[in-house]
Design a protein around this ligand. Structure first.
Ligand code: AVJ
Length: 323
């Protein structure tokens, strides 16, 4: 039997509603209209995202898993961490491949999953501490863009940020995040970063425009979240999902387009605004990377790349870098 996991909550209980109101006022109250992707992940959204990862067109999850299946031992052997932190850990499903590799070397003292979803994190922490009795599980309920200062100190750390989630940050946000992460680590600490790679636009577009419409439902769910949380009156049928590939920025751009002119009231955020016919709300970007440019971006904030692993087809990369 494992020990009970320790769960530290660094989110203030009103954080979600306060931050949602701020984001909605800032993003939807001005043009171009935007909404940050973190609000896609309520219970329904998390379930839809899970369904996306099982779609035949959505290759990133499976590719990243295959890299971990093949190279988890090499990754663990390449770094000397005794504390393993995972940002945006969710259920830590793929991460078990790394935990297995760490356990067979008997070197890991502590696993620190960090996620905003309290319930998902508690459940995962409980399962992990039962499955890995030799590892202390110290979960942190927090937002990885805000709470890097709450990571445990002392040991040599490896911070994993998997799934290609870094691709959802805009260029400036990404630089700020990587800089803050580097600042919160000590020289010698490690970063393991999962990124989707640039490839033929056809395959990328297909991954975000699946034939069953699961991605469309996932992206539209943000309107449902606003209707429920802030009493907004979005008519979901009045919007079409428009995913497109931006070749200059090398990223998918996922938007919702108003098919008719309409007035939207969001009482919980105290705003009302008009959308013209064809006006788009930008909900998410998903940037694709080139290994050499990623190396430069990491170097710019003080991370030196030690090794890059890709799957056989070169679709996805795991980059190990050292502060
Ligand atoms: C959150 C990065 C894993 O950008 O591919 C999937 C989110 N959005 N389909 C991605 C997403 C639409 C996904 N990640």
């Amino acid at each position: 039997r494992g020990r009970e996991p320790v769960v530290t909550v660094v989110l203030d209980p009103n954080w979600a509603s306060g931050a949602l109101v701020d984001d909605v006022r800032r993003g939807l109250g001005s043009q171009p209209r935007t909404l940050p992707p973190k609000w896609l992940y309520d219970d329904v959204g998390s379930e839809l995202f899970d369904e996306i990862t099982r779609l035949p067109e959505y290759y990133p999850t499976e590719r990243e898993r295959s890299i971990l299946r093949e190279h988890a031992d090499d990754i663990v052997a390449a770094c000397d961490a005794t504390t393993f932190v995972e940002l945006g850990s969710g259920t830590s499903d793929k991460t078990r491949l790394l935990l297995d590799a760490f356990t067979s070397r008997g070197r890991l003292a502590r696993f620190v999953p960090v996620d905003v979803s309290d319930a998902t994190l508690r459940q995962a922490a409980k399962e992990l501490s039962e499955r890995y009795p030799s590892i202390r599980v110290e979960a942190v309920v927090g937002d990885f863009t805000l709470h890097l200062g709450h990571l445990p100190r002392g040991d040599r750390r490896l911070v994993a940020f998997l799934g290609g989630t870094i691709g959802n940050l805009y260029v400036e946000e990404r630089a700020a995040f990587l800089g803050a992460l580097a600042d919160s680590l000590d020289p010698g600490d490690w970063l393991l970063l999962g990124t989707d790679l640039v490839k033929s636009p056809e395959r990328i577009i297909a991954a975000y425009d699946d034939s069953r419409g699961v991605t469309a439902a996932f992206v539209s769910n943000c309107l449902r979240v606003l209707n429920r949380e802030l009493g907004a009156d979005f008519d979901l049928d009045a919007f079409t999902y428009v995913p497109f590939w931006d070749p200059r920025m090398e990223r998918m751009d996922l938007r919702l387009r108003a098919e008719m002119p309409q007035r939207v009231a969001i009482p919980g955020a105290g705003i009302t605004f008009d959308l013209f016919q064809g006006e788009e709300i930008r909900v998410e970007i998903s940037t694709k990377f080139r290994p050499d440019r990623l190396r430069d971006e990491l170097a710019a904030v003080g991370f030196g790349v030690t090794r890059v692993w890709t799957d056989r087809d070169g679709d996805f990369a795991l980059t190990l870098a050292r502060r």
